[in-house]
Structure formats: structure tokens, C-alpha cells
Design a protein around this ligand. Structure first.
Ligand SMILES: Cc1cc2nc3c(=O)[nH]c(=O)nc-3n(C[C@H](O)[C@H](O)[C@H](O)COP(=O)(O)OP(=O)(O)OC[C@H]3O[C@@H](n4cnc5c(N)ncnc54)[C@H](O)[C@@H]3O)c2cc1C
Length: 611
């Protein structure tokens, strides 16, 4: 096999992933750590990477404290309500109290935020959302990170974290490979902040074949945010809390501006308002959570799913009325042009003019993420001044592994942070990480040469498998001695879809299905040793698959552990169809032991610190 060059990079703080959380972490690390070496490593290019790559039309988390619009406590209540009672209130409060200052920075850096012509305030789309001209949102944010970082390494896929030679529960850096020149990279760091986004393509998507890349969530979000900490032994929380989105059919165009700003509404195929039909039924499942305002996102999905199951689909968004107003029509189209151009193209290709036809809605396949309307992720230590003692074992946003921090989709328990909240959480984590590094003194982590040399062999194994086995192809791309990443991905998606509650199973599962799903995932994991990669691009796909499989295993274990249906509309445990506050008003926690391959599950209490 070709010898690969090893490149060593030393840093005080290593930020993995240069999306919203990572840019926030890089920026703030420099503020508190003027003389520190701050390195940001990204598998794409931070200029246009992560979920915000295409731009956004709204910043979904802004309090507006300068105008007394909302207070941080209000946001905690809102997120708690939407997540059916279960959020880390300390972490959510911490973000909410700082998020406005982040948004003011974005404006200072050149992000055009729309203003209400009457009040002069930011134009509200909804209670928490403000409207932006956000096509260039990501480059604007990335510029701040670039200027703050000592070095940004683009095009490097991080595959594993490195652990300290002497203290096994302490992080010492990370390894990865350059997806363009194939160099092996060893990053030695005193503290690591993981901000590597969420996970798409772990469940079978609705769009397959030629449309496979068309998912709501960015197809390049490949679960590294979860797999990296899981492999390092960090505790995870709420991994069962996958998200399902109601979106415009086939293009997954966002509906927020339509509901909130254009005041459009939904109806069934016969023009009826179907949500009241399911009120009593939903009440029996979840009690008075159905009476909360606003109605939790999962319960709105639930009504839609039940209506479709009852045979009265498709569900449509009534746009014909709003689009008669030329201003609203412009806003409706611009909403897509700033963030999901594909939806406009889908409508054009399907002869849908929303002024003439009410477009169909559908529910997406499930995704895993910690920053939107769900809160899967790592279990993190909370802020000194407001976290209950049980949630505080170290520095703010440090995981249960020493020196390992996280932000954005990585950190669990804190839904509704969105782009601005993820950047803010990056800032919070960075401030704490700088303190951690300064407190280390001479007690610094040491990387083991044996560990990274072993990992080097592991990382390039798929290239070797391919080189050795490629002459044995029996037909097309089928080989008896290796598995291509796309084959592994499709197998994963099928397992998750059929056994863990994907679209093909109407989001429904039960203990026997989950148990079998775990067995099948175990067999898939065995076969991952035989992944074959034709080139560096496929090598990246191979490692993305490894990360997706590990995160999927975690999702499955958590779903099995929580014997209730907490979020109907996101998923259903058919053997435990009701919400059960008596036994399950708690967080689920897991810890993976990479030597034995076993998962340890436990419950953690939910403390309500806001009334
Ligand atoms: C479709 C969609 C629409 C949204 N709409 C809105 C909206 O209107 N308003 C709003 O405020 N928020 C919105 N959000 C939410 C917002 O985009 C996220 O909350 C935010 O981007 C999360 O930040 P993050 O840093 O955790 O992840 P990301 O911003 O996705 O960044 C993760 C980064 O990590 C990199 N990475 C991943 N794996 C690796 C690896 N192994 N090695 C190196 N780098 C890696 C990725 O390339 C990426 O750059 C939306 C999200 C989605 C998916």
C-alpha cells in the first residue's frame, strides 16, 4: 500500500467542525485566549459548510431583550413545552441569556437583518424568529472565525478522538485525513470542542435513487458530532428524541415563514381543518400536553400522520389566499431563494404555482440533531451559577470526558437553539475551554504514538480492501471481499427504517423490533471492517458511514430503554403507546464501552429551575 504522510498539528484548543457552533467556538476562543493556539478543522470548507451552507431566511432564536420582547425564562418555558417537559433548563437558559449579543455581532459583521418599517425593530417572523437576507449568512460568520483562528484546516475529515496516555478519560486531540491529498493528520490539543453537526441519512429517506441527496437535513451531516464522543466514552442523552419535519413535499422547503408570516394554514384533501378531529385521541395519549400553547411540534405532526392514515391525505398548505397579496407572494418565493432553492425548482418542475394550487406537505424521515426542535446529544456539565449540582461536574459544556467540550447539535438536552443559539453555545463552550486550558498548568495531555499509528492503519483500511479485492468483482460493483459505502449506507437506512421507526413503519416500533434491529446493526458493524473505498472521496464516505452506524446504534438503544411514547409524531413505541410522566419524566443516558461494544443505560432527573 502507498505510504501516507503524517502531518502533526499542535494546538491549545482544537475545534472540530466549522459550522455555526464551531465558528462561534473559534471566535470566542480567541477573545478569552489571546495568546493561545486555536485550530479549527473542517471536512468541507468553512466558507460554505454545515446546515447553514445554503443560507437561511430567518434567525430562529432571538429574545429581543433590548425591546423587552422576551426574556430568557420565556424561552426555557417555550422549549420545555415543545419537548413535552424534558429539557436541560440550565443549558437552555444559559444560551437564551447570551443569544441576543450574538445576533448583534452578526449584524455588525454585515448580515442584513430586516426591520419592521413601523417600529424600527428587527422584523419578527414569529415570537422567537427574526427575518434576514441570509444567503451569505455562513460566509459572514466564517470570516469572523477565520480571523480569530490561528489556523483553519479545511478538507479534513476527523475520524477519531485521541485520548491522553496517562489519564484514559481525558482527551488529547484527534486524527483524520485530508480528503484532497490523503495525508494523515494528528491534531494534538489540550482541549477539544466538537461541533460537527447532526445526522441525516441514518433512516431511509423518502427520496431514493436519483433523488437520494434530497433530504430536509443537509446530506453531509454525518453524525460525527455523536460518534466522536461516543467512541471516546462520553455519556449521551435523549438520543431517542429524533426529529421528523412537516415540510413541502419533495423539496423539503421550510414552512415557518408560511405559517407565521404569511398566515397560511393546512387542510386535508377535502378542504377540512383536520387538527380538531384528533384532539381527543391525542389527549388520551399525552394528557394535557395537547392543551399547551403553542401545541408541541410533535403533536402537530401526529395529527397530520393520523389524518393521512385515515385516508384523507394529502395534506395541503393553503397558499392560494395569501399569494393573492403581491408582497406575500414575493416573501413566499424569496423564503426559498435564500435557503432552499430546490423547493422552487420542484414546484416549477411539477407545475405548481402556489397562487393557483395549494401545495402538498409531507413528513420527513427522522434525523438526529440537538439544536432544532429535538435535543439529542452529549451530556454536558452546566453553568456554574444556575446548573443544579447533579448537572455540574466540571467546566461549562464539558462532557463526561475531561477536556472534551461541545456545541450546537453536539450537545443534548437543549432544543431550539438553532443557528444563533448554536453559535452562542460555541462561544460559551470556548470560554470554558480556555479556562480549562489555563488551569491545566504543567499537567498536559500526552498523545500516544502507538494509538495514532494504529488509527492510521484503521483509517486507510478501506482503500486497502478495495485495492486487494477489486479484481474479484462478480458483477457491476458487487464484490465478494468488500462492501462499498453506498451499500452499507442503504443497509443501515433499511434497518433503521424497518426496525427503529422510520417512514416505512409509520414511525412505529416496539421491543421485539428494536431488539432485532440491534442484532442487525451488530452484523452490519462486523461487515464495516470490509468497507472498500475506491478513492479518497469514497474513504470519506466510508468514515461517514462508520459514524452514522454508531449514532444509529445509540438511537436504537435509547429508543429501547425509554418504554413510553413521549413524542407521538416523532416516533411511537406501539408496546407503550402513552406518555408516562410517572416513570419517564427524566433524561435517558447511555455510555458506550468501545472495548466490549456494550451500552450502559441509566436515567437522570429533569430539574425545573424556571417556574
Ligand atoms: C434544513 C435546515 C433548516 C434550518 N433552518 C434554520 C432557520 O431558518 N433558522 C435558524 O436559525 N436555524 C435553522 N436551522 C438550524 C441551524 O442550521 C443549526 O442549528 C446549526 O447549523 C447547528 O450548528 P452546528 O455547528 O451544530 O452544525 P453545522 O452548522 O451543521 O456545522 C457542522 C460542521 O461540522 C463539519 N463536520 C461534520 N463532520 C465532520 C468531521 N468528521 N470532521 C470535520 N468536520 C466535520 C460540517 O462540515 C459542518 O461544517 C436549520 C437547519 C436545517 C438542517
Amino acid at each position: 500500500m502507498r505510504r501516507r504522510k503524517t502531518v502533526f498539528v499542535d494546538s491549545d484548543i482544537l475545534v472540530i467542525g466549522g459550522g455555526m457552533g464551531g465558528c462561534g467556538a473559534t471566535y470566542e476562543s480567541r477573545y478569552w485566549g489571546r495568546d493561545l493556539k486555536i485550530v479549527c478543522v473542517e471536512k468541507a470548507n468553512i466558507e460554505r459548510s454545515g446546515a447553514v451552507a445554503q443560507g437561511l431566511y430567518a434567525i430562529n432564536c432571538y429574545m429581543g431583550m433590548q425591546w423587552n420582547e422576551n426574556q430568557p425564562e420565556d424561552h426555557v418555558r417555550y422549549a420545555r413545552n415543545d419537548l413535552m417537559g424534558l429539557v436541560r433548563e440550565d443549558l437552555g437558559y444559559d444560551i437564551a441569556r447570551h443569544v441576543d449579543s450574538t445576533v448583534h455581532k452578526f449584524e455588525e459583521w454585515g448580515l442584513p437583518i430586516m426591520r419592521d418599517p413601523k417600529t424600527g425593530r428587527y422584523q419578527r417572523e414569529g415570537k422567537w424568529q427574526i427575518m434576514i437576507h441570509g444567503e451569505s449568512y455562513k460566509p459572514i460568520v466564517a470570516e469572523a472565525a477565520r480571523k480569530a483562528a490561528t489556523e483553519v484546516y479545511n478538507r479534513i475529515m476527523v475520524t477519531h478522538l485521541l485520548m491522553d496516555k496517562t489519564r484514559p478519560n481525558r482527551v488529547a486531540g484527534a486524527v483524520g485525513f485530508n480528503v484532497r491529498n490523503g495525508n494523515f493528520c494528528v491534531f494534538r490539543a489540550k482541549a477539544v470542542i466538537v461541533a460537527a453537526g447532526g445526522a441525516s441519512h441514518i433512516f431511509k429517506p423518502r427520496a431514493v435513487g436519483e433523488g437520494m441527496g434530497r433530504t430536509w437535513y443537509a446530506p453531509w451531516s454525518s453524525a460525527s458530532a455523536y460518534a466522536l464522543p461516543i467512541l471516546a466514552g462520553a455519556k449521551m442523552t435523549q438520543m431517542e428524541n429524533r426529529i421528523v419535519l412537516t415540510r413541502f413535499k419533495d423539496g423539503y422547503g421550510p414552512v415557518g415563514a408560511y405559517f407565521l408570516h404569511l398566515k397560511t394554514y393546512t387542510e386535508n384533501a377535502y378542504g377540512e381543518n383536520y387538527e380538531p378531529t384528533w384532539y381527543e385521541h391525542t389527549r388520551q395519549l399525552v394528557g394535557n400536553y395537547v392543551d399547551r400553547h403553542p401545541v408541541p411540534t410533535c403533536l402537530r405532526n401526529h395529527a397530520l400522520l393520523e389524518e393521512v392514515k385515515a385516508g384523507r391525505g394529502p395534506i395541503r398548505m393553503v397558499t392560494k389566499e395569501a399569494f393573492q397579496d403581491p408582497h406575500k407572494e414575493t416573501v413566499g418565493w424569496e423564503n426559498f431563494l435564500g435557503m432552499t432553492i430546490g423547493q422552487a425548482v420542484v414546484w416549477a418542475s411539477q407545475n405548481i404555482d402556489p397562487k393557483e394550487i395549494n401545495p402538498e406537505l409531507t413528513t420527513s424521515e427522522p434525523y438526529v440533531m440537538g439544536s432544532h426542535a429535538t435535543c439529542s446529544g452529549a451530556w454536558a456539565s452546566g453553568p456554574e451559577d444556575c446548573a443544579p449540582a447533579e448537572y455540574r461536574w466540571g467546566y461549562n459544556r464539558m462532557m463526561t470526558v475531561e477536556g472534551l467540550f461541545g456545541a450546537g447539535d453536539t450537545i443534548g438536552g437543549t432544543a431550539h437553539k438553532f443557528s444563533s443559539g448554536s453559535f452562542t453555545e460555541g462561544r460559551i463552550a470556548a470560554k470554558a475551554a480556555v479556562k480549562y486550558v489555563n488551569d491545566l498548568g504543567n499537567d498536559q495531555p500526552q498523545v500516544s504514538e502507538a494509538e495514532y499509528e494504529d488509527l492510521k492503519k484503521t483509517v486507510y483500511k478501506p482503500l486497502e480492501n478495495y485495492a486487494v479485492g477489486r479484481n474479484e468483482i462478480v458483477a457491476g460493483t458487487v464484490s465478494p471481499s468488500y462492501l462499498l459505502p453506498i451499500h452499507g449506507l442503504q443497509r443501515l437506512e433499511k434497518i433503521m427504517d424497518e426496525y427503529v421507526g422510520g417512514i416505512g413503519a409509520h414511525y412505529t416500533t416496539n421491543e421485539p423490533l428494536l431488539t432485532r434491529g440491534i442484532e442487525l446493526l451488530g452484523m452490519l458493524k462486523e461487515d464495516l471492517a470490509y468497507l472498500g473505498a475506491e478513492d479518497l472521496h469514497q474513504l470519506q464516505r466510508a468514515w461517514e458511514l462508520q459514524h452514522r452506524v454508531l449514532a444509529s446504534e445509540s438511537v436504537t438503544q435509547h429508543t429501547l430503554f425509554r418504554t413510553e411514547t413521549r413524542w407521538p409524531g416523532y416516533y411511537y413505541r406501539a408496546d407503550h403507546p402513552k406518555l408516562d410522566d410517572k416513570d419517564w419524566h427524566c433524561f435517558t443516558l447511555s455510555r458506550y464501552d468501545r472495548d466490549s461494544g456494550k451500552w450502559e443505560m441509566e436515567k437522570a432527573p429533569v430539574y425545573h429551575i424556571i417556574d
